[in-house]
Ligand binder design. Structure first.
Ligand SMILES: [Fe+2]
Length: 199
């Protein structure tokens, strides 16, 4: 019988479970795809086309692509159609589209528990319902953007569908088709889904 070690017991107490994704900006998603998928063998498992900036809730146009590791975590990249995103840069802090690290927690309750801890400690935060995951964003003392995220009930269904169309979605967007395809995202004030909309 396996006996749990001190490390197992210590790790069982940690609410932040593992890397969910690491996100970085790219100017060339196809070159990025070719490198990570064709050379390193990380499959493209999702291309989310978004037409609203979730920080400013203003029209924007970008894709968010995920390349999967064997443990289910991912490398993620953003590419914008134009430089409109620069307006959304947060003064003195890193823009989440430049770089952020996303860490996985078990459920929404845990996300809210961290929100309460952040609030009690006087930290700013932002909650975003991406549809395929639910996240809270914060900055560490170094200015690095950190996302704590959890899978939700519909995550598997959405991601299975996204994996089937990821390559076609990427090709279409690179060809200039800017139709939002993440109908599950819910922003605070902006429409969640705008079929046919382009920035
Ligand atoms: Fe993220």
């Amino acid at each position: 019988m396996y006996e749990s070690t001190e490390a197992d017991k210590r790790r069982a107490q940690i609410k932040v479970k593992q890397l969910h994704h690491h996100a970085f900006r790219t100017k060339d998603m196809e070159a990025t795809r070719a490198f990570y998928e064709d050379v390193l063998g990380l499959p493209l498992i999702g291309t989310f086309v978004e037409t609203t900036d979730p920080v400013t809730e203003k029209p924007s146009n970008y894709i968010h692509c995920f390349f999967e590791f064997a443990d289910g975590s991912a490398l993620a990249f953003f590419q914008f159609q134009e430089d409109k995103y620069k307006e959304s840069a947060i003064q003195g802090k890193q823009d989440p589209f430049d770089h952020h690290i996303a860490l996985e927690v078990d459920d929404k309750e845990t996300v809210f528990a961290f929100r309460d801890r952040l609030e009690a400690a006087g930290h700013e935060y932002m909650l975003i319902d991406h549809g395929y995951c639910y996240s809270i964003y914060l900055h560490d003392p170094n200015g690095m953007q950190v996302e704590l995220t959890t899978k939700v009930d519909q995550t598997n269904e959405i991601l299975e569908q996204a994996a089937r169309t990821a390559h076609e979605d990427l090709k279409q967007w690179l060809d200039g088709v800017t139709v939002a395809n993440n109908k599950f995202r819910k922003l605070r004030g902006a429409p969640a889904y705008t079929p046919g909309a382009s920035a």
